[in-house]
Structures are given as structure tokens and as C-alpha cells.
Design a protein around this ligand. Structure first.
Ligand code: UDP
Length: 473
């Protein structure tokens, strides 16, 4: 284990969930905190570590943060499953393990760390973690709940009682289609725009237990930090601020950080730059459905045929496991031959590099929150195909509130390949495209301003650092 360099600095433990969309902002948070004088111990699971070293061809990757030159220690712990267990395929079983087995492994390492000098005084755990609050209290640590989705989604989860009372969650009669206009800070929302978990009628699943416990605990957190921007979501954030100490410190991604980026990709990245360099400005559609969501063979086929029919160039990330079979089996017969050099299908790529390339003019996305922020950052409009969780709610903001994207399908069900092709063309050129690009430029400026010297996220982060240090002292 790496030696702690400076015994006077406050020591903070960060344990992200083993998903790319949570790991990425946690890395940035780690670097940002360490650059403000914290010692950070960053803890991955053995399985996550195994995936990232495999993605790096097993090159020396024992101390992921070594290159940062900051006071960061890197540790790994078991999640209770063997490395060979397919966590994506057996998701329900994995979730049960995360609730009932993983916390014991967390406790084990926290017990070890609190014997160190300087003793850790603060624990940062994802808001969805069901163990963060209990472990922090047991070991006398300040509990920081880290929220990696929009503030709107957090507000909705924190008002489950109101949703339930009004028959929009966990109701015997799930037919209340009235607009949701009673949540503080939320103007209005259709029930179909609620996070997918809240729309489920079977609330006996483990996910519902997790939601209940996690958001009960979040209300007791000493601090909540959010990977969002005040100017993007003023309504929900102002209400959340009245509820408890909360800081919007986003967007948390490498582009604004001076240290060399630390990367923890779970899959190895294909280099798309040579292919991209040969395409005209703004002509390429980038398509990716993130690291977690599953799709199905039929939808993948429809999208593949839609891409073909659109006649446009594209890069499509089809990660292993997106459907429960080999991805090559889900593409229509002859797809690659028919596409030729017009399209590139890869298992994983450096998304930020692809999105920021000047030839990329649109993003067909599952509406993961990181993907949305990254696309706004480079001014690339979105074609929305939400699949699960917050992605459903995020779509509403992109299409209806900020008007920086359009729907791939209107009622949540994918139409024909022709319709898909039509939507792709709408996104990539013509009047709609022009409007979307104009709007996204306005939103992009909000993100840029937030991260500037006196910007809201910068100020909020500084205030968080001051407040957490004061609480520790
Ligand atoms: N990502 C990447 N390469 C890919 C696809 C995704 O680096 O080929 C990154 C992307 O930049 C983002 C994260 O993976 O930071 C996905 O997070 P998001 O919240 O968009 O979706 P999730 O995976 O959580 O559903």
C-alpha cells in the first residue's frame, strides 16, 4: 500500500459503484479534492480493477493515480462475487450481493484505514449506496453523498412520499395519468417521464428496497454533492438547498482538469481518429448506449437498418453485453458489408475524443447523464433513445426543457427503420438541426461559465471544501 505523504492533510475515502457512469465523475472528484489539499483513498472492486487492467492489456496498472502526482492512494476490495461471475448478465443477483455482501467488505477496509495516520475523517459514497450512511456513522466519519445524475431526478427520489400519496409510485392503482405538478421545484412532469424504476408496478424487487434505503439515508447525509450545474437546473437545486447542504459542482469530466487525465475504462478503446479524420465537418453521427443499459435484438436491428437507410456516416458503440448475445449476432445479415467505410462499429471508444472531433454533428444516445453533459460541452445535439432509470427523465429535459435534442421515438416504442432514418436526418441537417445547434450553444455557455473562475460550480466546490474541512476540524 502507498504511504500517506502528509500527515496533516484531511483524509477522505471515496468508493464509487462499479459502473462507468459513476466511476468517471468519481475520478474527477478525487483529483479535484486531492488538488485542494485532501489525501484521498479511492477504492475500486477487484472486478472493476480486473476489467480496467484487462482493457489496458494488463500493462502496469497497480496504482491508477500514480501519474497525477497527488496524494491519492488506490485500493481494491472484493464485491463478494468471483471474477468469473457475469455481473451484467445476472444483474438482479449482483444487486442483492451489493446490498447484503458488499457492505462487509467495505467495513473491513474502512476498519483498516481508520487505524492509519492521518485517520480518515470523511466518506464519500454514491447516493445509491445503501451502506454509506451506516458505515460513516459507525466509524465516526462525515458522510458525503455523491449524486451523479440530474438534480431533477434527485428531487423526485427525495419526494417518493409525495409521489406515493398522489398515486404515481407504488400505488395499487397505477393508472393515475395526471401531470405531476406537486413536487417542490419541479414545474411539471408526465408520469411517463418518471425514472423507469418508479414506473414499475412490482415494487418488491431489490431495486425498490435500494431506492427506499438510499434516499432515506441521503436525507441524513452531512453533505450532498451533485454532478450538475445550478444554471441548468435552478428550480430543483433551489429547493434541494432549502432541504440540506447541497452543492452543484458539475460537470465533472477531464476537460477542465489540469492534471493528466486518469482513465479507468472497463473496456478497451478502439481508436477512431484515423477514420474520423477523413470525414467532412459535422457529417458523422455518433451512437452509443452507455455502459449499463441493455437493449434487445429487435431494436438494435431496427436502428442498424435506420443507420443504413439514412445514408449518413456513423460510429456506433456496441459494447459487449448490450444484448444478451454476441453483438455480431444481432446486427442484420450483411450489415457491415452494406455499410462499408461509411460506418464504424466498435465495442468501446474514447467518447470525449470522438464527440469533440469536428466531424461529429449528432449523438444518438441512451441519455446517460454523463453523455448528455459531455455532448453539451462540445455543442453536439442529441437524438434521444432512453432505456432505463434516470435516462427516461433526462430525455424530457433534453427535448422539452432545453430543446437541444429530439426523440428517436415518440411514445417510448421504436418505430420502423424508415422512421429512425428520418429522425437521424432531422438531427443532422436542415432547420431542426440549425435550431438545436443554436440552443445547445446557449446551454454550453452555462456549463462553461459554471466552471470559470467565479462560476457557480467552481464557487460551490470551494464552499464544499471549506465546509467539509470545518466539519472535520
Ligand atoms: N463512454 C466511453 N466510451 C464509450 C461509451 C461511453 O468512454 O464508448 C463513457 C462516456 O464518456 C461516459 C460514460 O462512459 O462518461 C457513460 O456514462 P453515462 O452516464 O453517459 O451512461 P451510463 O453508462 O451510466 O448508462
Amino acid at each position: 500500500m502507498e504511504k500517506i505523504q502528509n500527515p496533516k492533510k484531511p483524509h477522505i475515502i471515496i468508493i464509487p459503484p462499479p459502473f462507468q457512469g459513476h466511476i468517471n465523475p468519481s475520478i474527477q472528484l478525487t483529483l479535484n479534492l486531492a488538488s485542494k489539499g485532501f489525501i484521498v483513498t479511492f477504492i475500486n472492486t477487484h472486478s472493476t480493477h480486473h476489467h480496467i487492467t484487462k482493457a489496458n492489456n494488463y500493462k502496469q496498472y497497480d496504482d491508477v493515480f500514480a501519474g497525477s502526482g497527488l496524494d491519492i492512494s488506490y485500493r481494491t476490495i472484493s464485491d463478494g462475487f468471483p471474477l468469473s461471475f457475469d455481473r451484467s448478465l445476472h444483474r438482479e443477483q449482483f444487486m442483492v450481493g451489493r446490498v447484503h455482501v458488499f457492505p462487509a467488505h467495505v467495513e473491513e477496509i474502512v476498519r483498516e484505514l481508520v487505524d492509519l495516520e492521518p485517520r480518515p475523517t470523511c466518506l464519500v459514497a454514491d447516493t445509491f449506496s445503501t451502506w454509506g450512511y451506516d458505515v460513516a456513522r459507525k466509524y465516526g466519519l462525515v458522510f458525503v453523498s455523491f449524486w451523479t445524475q440530474p438534480a431533477l431526478v434527485l428531487t423526485l427520489y427525495l419526494h417518493l412520499d409525495l409521489l406515493k400519496k398522489n398515486g404515481h409510485y407504488d400505488s395499487k392503482d397505477n393508472s393515475n395519468k395526471d401531470t405531476i405538478d406537486y413536487i417542490p421545484g419541479v414545474t411539471s412532469l408526465k408520469p411517463r417521464d418518471l425514472m423507469s424504476f418508479l414506473q414499475e408496478t412490482d415494487t418488491s424487487k431489490i431495486m425498490h428496497w435500494i431506492i427506499h434505503k438510499a434516499f432515506t439515508d441521503a436525507k441524513k447525509a452531512d453533505f450532498i454533492i451533485c454532478n450538475t450545474v445550478e444554471e441548468l437546473e435552478p428550480g430543483p437545486i433551489s429547493v434541494l438547498k432549502e432541504m440540506q447542504p447541497i452543492y452543484a459542482i458539475g460537470p465533472l469530466f477531464p476537460s477542465h482538469f489540469t492534471n493528466p487525465a486518469v482513465e479507468m475504462n472497463l473496456w478497451s478503446e478502439s481508436d477512431c481518429s484515423r477514420w474520423l479524420n477523413n470525414k467532412p465537418q459535422g457529417s458523422v453521427l455518433y451512437a452509443s448506449f452507455g455502459s449499463y443499459a441493455h437493449s434487445n435484438k429487435q431494436d438494435i436491428e431496427t436502428i442498424a437498418n435506420g443507420l443504413l437507410l439514412s445514408g449518413l456516416s456513423f460510429i456506433w458503440v456496441l459494447r459487449p453485453g448490450i444484448v444478451n448475445s454476441d453483438v455480431t449476432e444481432v446486427l442484420p445479415n450483411g450489415f457491415r458489408e452494406n455499410v462499408g467505410n461509411r460506418g464504424l462499429v466498435v465495442p468501446w471508444c474514447k467518447q470525449n475524443a470522438v464527440l469533440s472531433h469536428s466531424v461529429v454533428g449528432g449523438f444518438l444516445t441512451h441519455c446517460g447523464w454523463n453523455s448528455i453533459l459531455e455532448s453539451i460541452w462540445v455543442g453536439v445535439p442529441l437524438l434521444c433513445f432512453p432505456l432505463v432509470g434516470d435516462q427516461i427523465t433526462n430525455r424530457k429535459m433534453v427535448v422539452e426543457d432545453w430543446k437541444i435534442g429530439i426523440n428517436l421515438c415518440d411514445d417510448g416504442k421504436l418505430g420502423s427503420s424508415n422512421e429512425v432514418a428520418q429522425r437521424i436526418k432531422l438531427l443532422m441537417s436542415g432547420k431542426t438541426c440549425y435550431e438545436l445547434r443554436k440552443n445547445i450553444e446557449q446551454v454550453r455557455k452555462k456549463l462553461e461559465n459554471a466552471l470559470s473562475g467565479n462560476g457557480s460550480s467552481q464557487m460551490n466546490f470551494d464552499k464544499f471544501v471549506t465546509d467539509v474541512k470545518a466539519k472535520i476540524d
